[in-house]
Design a protein around this ligand. Structure first.
Ligand SMILES: Nc1ncnc2c1ncn2[C@@H]1O[C@H](COP(=O)(O)OP(=O)(O)O)[C@@H](O)[C@H]1O
Ligand SMILES: [Mg+2]
Length: 361
């Protein structure tokens, strides 16, 4: 028995977004990294329909099998009232009457995409008065939205690529895309894991690409394709709340993948990570500096992964920020931190400590 009471951590995962399965795999890794001597873990799954359930933490249910991503399906119904006096999660299994589960000290929302990484669950947690890992409502919402990410970065003078925004219902023929050249990337403004994104190499393919992106959001970005290398950098808050950057890593696609699409990301073994990225020292320094400045520009807290393009002349553009990056065993974020001297369990400890520290201020 340790002399300190254990910290009760609710790991919330799954969720309604298209990245449900990825979130389950991320949560599996987080759950197995939480030291049982220090933490009491409450795994809370959110089904694809949005139902909250207490689940088990059996690792085999939280892994990719073959090409199938795992899912949250069943468990004891539970809810988190947006009411600090309710003091935690409430079990609402029919027939048993509502039962308050002891309060949780901190929530780790291992959720990717909408209703998870976009400020919505952060808003609920603020209402409930529960500390949580990661950026707050505003930063989460801003980083989820590729248009507002770019606007905030540009306002701080940080380098981004050229783009145009399309709102659903706009007559596409009235918008001039020619200045972007070809190819262009067409993407939903608020998605992730490359879902709904197309690379368009001829204008004949543009309309179907726009339609596909509108399946996921009513706002779509059309971006000039950047020719260059893809580099990602982890950011963590240090003990005084300042951002600290990991070593950058490069993603190199192998085989016949032309860009970093969903299959390349999760299913195909189609990419290799160079950790650290093989870059001239001044480019590495630039990437790390920009990662911290992007973190601050969006008012992030806790963690973020900042993604870049490095053009052949070594100029650097920021592509996007992810406020709850993947935490799967093969995900970039834990790996860049391991290469920077922070192993997976230490990373999780640090994230929980920073959530508790922020809440105590
Ligand atoms: N403007 C661009 N130029 C070149 N490649 C791009 C561009 N935008 C996206 N990509 C490619 O598509 C991938 C996914 O796009 P991204 O904007 O990062 O969306 P997501 O949030 O789904 O990760 C990138 O990792 C990159 O391979
Ligand atoms: Mg990306």
């Amino acid at each position: 028995m340790s002399e300190h009471p254990k910290i009760r951590v609710a790991v919330v995962y799954g969720g309604r977004s298209s990245e449900h399965g990825v979130s389950v795999v991320s949560a599996g890794s987080v759950l197995s990294a939480l030291d049982p001597e220090r933490y009491e873990v409450v795994p809370v799954g959110i089904t694809r329909d949005g139902g909250w359930v207490l689940t088990g933490a059996e690792p085999e249910k939280l892994q990719i099998t073959g090409r199938t991503l795992p899912e949250v399906d069943s468990g004891t119904a539970v809810m988190l009232p947006g009411d600090p006096t309710a003091n935690g999660l409430v079990v609402v299994e029919p027939g048993e009457g509502a039962q308050v589960l002891a309060g949780v000290d901190v929530v780790f929302p291992v959720l990717h995409g909408r209703w998870g990484e976009d400020g919505t669950i952060q808003g609920l947690l603020e209402m409930a008065g529960v500390p949580y890992v990661g950026p707050g409502v505003f930063a989460s919402a801003a980083a989820m939205d590729k248009e507002f990410t770019k606007k905030l970065l540009r306002a701080e003078g940080l380098p981004i690529g050229e783009y145009t925004v399309l709102h659903y219902g706009t007559d596409v023929s009235s918008v001039d895309f020619a200045h972007l050249g070809l190819p262009v990337f067409v993407k939903p403004a608020r998605a992730g894991s490359s879902i709904g994104i197309s690379k368009v190499k001829q204008w004949a393919d543009f309309a179907p690409a726009v339609e596909a992106a509108f399946e996921h959001d009513d706002k779509v970005l059309v971006e000039a394709a950047v020719v260059g290398r893809e580099v990602e950098c982890g950011v963590l808050e240090d003990e005084s709340g300042r951002p600290e950057a990991s070593v950058p890593a490069e993603i190199r696609l192998v085989g016949d993948h032309d860009w970093y699409d969903f299959e390349a990301k999760y299913l195909d073994d189609a990419c290799e990570f160079d950790i650290p990225a093989q870059l001239p020292a001044e480019v590495t320094a630039r990437v790390r500096d920009l990662a911290c400045r992007a973190f601050t520009a969006l008012d992030c807290a806790g963690l973020a992964r900042v993604d870049f393009f490095i053009r052949p002349d070594n100029t650097v553009l920021i592509n996007e920020l992810n406020t709850m990056p993947g935490f799967t065993p093969i995900s970039m974020f834990p790996q860049v931190w391991a290469a920077s001297g922070v192993d997976y369990p230490a990373l999780i400890d640090r994230l929980i400590a920073s959530a508790l520290r922020r809440a105590a201020r």
